[in-house]
Design a protein around this ligand. Structure first.
Ligand code: SAM
Ligand code: SF4
Length: 446
């Protein structure tokens, strides 16, 4: 028994991994363990990994490697590796990192307590990722929240789409939706704890389907939970995003005007090679429809540059899609070949230097657009949820608009966790500054 002991969690990757880590932390704290932010004083270290690109994968390995020294100094230290990397590479971890005690995958990370309390080491359990139609296998768990007012709620796991570059279907298995009543119960429990904003998470959340209950239905249900003021959902998929979702954003007051809809590329040739299931014309049409129906919406996306066979002309098609759609925020990645995927056998023929040039050019365009979109808000009144102190300046606080834009305001602790109206006084591509104004009834959203 290790009650009273301290654990440290290192998380790599997406919001879903953050949520899985919060769930593991929730399990351990309710069993009497204590979370620490100081690696040196930990009795247990959990490394929750991501393998979507080589970079986070390598970072996880180098972190696991560094733990060897700590284990030498403190042999009773328990080291657990969980998530996407061991789901694929558990044998490699077992062979090359003998200081690791526990290995769990993406289907069973919630068994962390049993494995910590088991006496036998090393202990490994990796479940088959191809559990066809098994339904959700992760039970409903109270997370230990990173932010007490904003919580992630995983509503769908896995993916069936097999984009040719993507490892997710291989390490997170088939797509499965969490029953809506479980989602609503989880949101109710979060609201009781003081959470104001929930983010419904799924790899392709637009395809959420539990016995005919679709994403718009789920958004209606979650919005009815008392105490919840804002609802977001991510990630949208351009093949699944449709008018029913646009209507839900438009008609449900609590659903925020923000859509993360990754195009990945603006070239039809590349989209087909990626197996994305839509054309650039379809993507643009959906975005224009969204902006027409919800003029205040903020658009976000992901792009991959340097995919095998991407010519300068293909890349220019991506730039032109961005010019047409106008993004508020976006993430650009250089193509990274991943084992198991179909594209792994394609020739990685765009030189690293050229990938980097395209990344910089696209990022510059996106930055200009983000700045223009934020500058357009100067002088407007925005509703923000004040999340807490600014990590870089304790005299300031940060909040987010309904469009998911960061706003910095002067410190006033009584505002933490509240929705307040702010007049925007300064705008940069990445954040804005504002002044809290008196709560006005029925403030118009820009
Ligand atoms: N399900 C989401 C979708 O379809 O857009 C994305 C999920 S993926 C975990 C997050 C992002 O990682 C993707 O949108 C893509 O831009 C990027 N990504 C995935 N595989 C990649 C690879 N092999 N190389 C570079 N970027 C990659
Ligand atoms: Fe990966 Fe494509 Fe599934 Fe997104 S839709 S998780 S990019 S396979």
């Amino acid at each position: 028994m290790m009650k009273g002991k301290r654990f440290f969690v290192k998380t790599f990757g997406c919001q879903m991994n953050v949520n899985d880590s919060e769930k593991m932390a929730g399990i351990l704290t309710s069993a009497g363990y204590e979370k620490t932010e100081n690696l040196k004083e930990a009795d247990i270290v959990i490394v929750n990994t991501c393998s979507v690109r080589a970079k986070p994968d390598n970072k996880a390995y180098s972190f696991i490697g560094e733990l060897k020294k700590l284990k030498k100094e403190k042999p009773e230290l328990v080291i657990a590796v969980t998530g996407c990397v061991p789901q694929r590479d558990w044998k490699f971890i077992l062979d090359r990192y003998p200081h690791v005690d526990i290995i769990l995958g993406t289907f069973n990370f919630h068994k962390i307590l049993d494995f910590i309390e088991a006496l036998e080491r090393p202990s490994v359990e990796i479940l088959d990722t191809f559990l066809e139609n098994e339904g959700e296998v992760v039970p409903s768990i109270e997370p230990l929240l990173t932010n007490p007012f904003v919580a992630y709620v995983t509503v769908q796991r896995g993916c069936n789409r097999f984009c040719t570059y993507c490892i997710v279907p291989y390490v997170r298995g088939r797509e499965r939706s969490v029953p809506p009543e479980n989602v609503v119960d989880e949101v109710k429990r979060l609201a009781e704890k003081g959470v104001k904003e929930v983010h419904l998470l799924g790899q392709n959340v637009d395809f959420y389907d539990y016995n005919g209950v679709r994403l718009p239905d789920l958004l209606y249900m979650v919005s009815q939970v008392e105490g919840i003021e804002r609802v977001r959902f991510t990630t949208s998929h351009p093949a699944g995003f449709d008018i029913s979702i646009i209507k839900a954003i438009k008609e449900i007051p609590k659903v925020c005007e923000y859509v993360h809809l990754p195009p990945q590329s603006g070239s039809n040739k590349i989209l087909e090679k990626m197996n994305r299931g839509y054309t650039r014309e379809e993507y643009i049409e959906k975005v224009l429809m969204l902006k027409e129906e919800v003029p205040s919406v903020a658009l976000s996306g992901d792009f991959i540059v340097g995919f095998p066979g991407e010519t300068v002309e293909d890349f220019e098609q991506t730039l032109s899609l961005v010019e047409t759609c106008v993004f508020d925020q976006a993430f650009v990645f250089e193509y990274s070949p991943r084992p198991l995927t179909r594209a792994f056998s394609f020739e990685d023929d765009v030189p690293k230097k050229e990938k980097n040039r395209r990344l910089t050019e696209l990022n510059n365009l996106l930055k200009r657009q983000a700045e223009e979109r934020n500058l357009a808000l100067l002088g407007s009144v925005q509703e923000i949820l004040v999340e807490g102190l600014s990590p870089s300046n304790s005299e300031k606080m940060i909040g987010r608009t309904r469009n998911n834009k960061i706003v910095i305001v002067d410190r006033n602790d009584s505002l933490i966790g509240n929705l307040v109206n702010v007049e925007i006084e300064e705008a940069t591509p990445f954040y804005m500054r504002g002044k809290v104004i008196k709560q006005l009834a029925g403030v118009e959203r820009w």
